[in-house]
Design a protein around this ligand. Structure first.
Ligand SMILES: [Zn+2]
Length: 245
């Protein structure tokens, strides 16, 4: 079982962490952008076997979870990888930017491989290549330093760049980012897709043909038999035959 610690950086009210008003009148908060990508990562990974995800931020964005609590939680969880999603600032209304993948100042080759693969996939899929001189960066960041497992902090574009900001605000950008990051996790963790129950049978006509196949319509499933009886009655009243199985 591969264990992923997944973190949307900050929370809604972190001072200063928002898009530049002259570019985004809504001043979209960084946590909103971080969280949107994390939510998409989680739902994509839910399609795979062999992975357990611990989300380490307040999903509602209302509570600030201190960095030390985040890294302690990841260490206690004994995560195999720590992925923190952030968005950058520092261009002050100028143009340019791009994605930056951060690791701690001293890291092993495994962490470097995560860093490069995540950056390459995100840049390729989103096209947000930017002009940062060091897209593969290292810094003394708490989240990367205090985690006992390989850790990468992704800065997914600039919230104060006329180039990046209109792009990173879109849902399409968040979806492509999540797709790219998940493709790396799936590959490196060796995950396999869960069997898909909703398809695949159409081509399997070995035991039946269309003339004797019965299609059942299900209208509800209840733990409480009274609720089942009520729906049966409603269906009967509407002129449908209904049975309880
Ligand atoms: Zn941040």
């Amino acid at each position: 079982m591969f264990k992923l610690a997944l973190v949307a950086g900050h929370y809604l009210e972190t001072p200063g962490k928002r898009c530049l008003k002259s570019i985004d009148p809504n001043e979209t908060r960084e946590w909103v952008l971080n969280s949107r990508i994390c939510d998409k990562i989680e739902s994509l990974l839910a399609q795979y076997d062999g992975i357990e995800v611990l989300r380490i931020d307040d999903r509602a964005g209302k509570k600030n979870i201190p960095l030390i609590d985040r890294t302690n939680a990841a260490n206690k969880f004994d995560a195999d990888f720590y992925l923190s999603i952030h968005h950058n600032a520092g261009i002050n209304g100028g143009s340019g930017g791009g994605i930056v993948a951060y690791v701690y100042t001293k890291v092993d080759d495994v962490t470097k491989a995560w860093q490069k693969e995540l950056y390459d996939a995100a840049a390729a899929q989103t096209g947000l290549k930017g002009n940062r001189s060091v897209p593969l960066a290292s810094a003394d960041l708490h989240e990367c330093r205090e985690t006992k497992m390989p850790a990468v902090l992704m800065e997914m574009g600039f919230m104060d760049s006329t180039t990046d900001t209109p792009i990173i605000l879109t849902d399409d950008y968040a979806a492509k980012s999540a797709d790219a990051l998940v493709s790396v996790i799936v590959r490196r963790a060796g995950l396999t897709k869960k069997p898909d129950n909703n398809s695949g049978n159409d081509s399997d006509n070995s035991n039946t043909n269309s003339s004797d196949k019965l299609y059942h319509v299900q209208a509800g499933a209840f733990k409480d038999k009274n609720n089942a009886e009520k729906l049966k009655q409603d269906l009967n009243d509407s002129g449908f035959d209904a049975i309880i199985k």
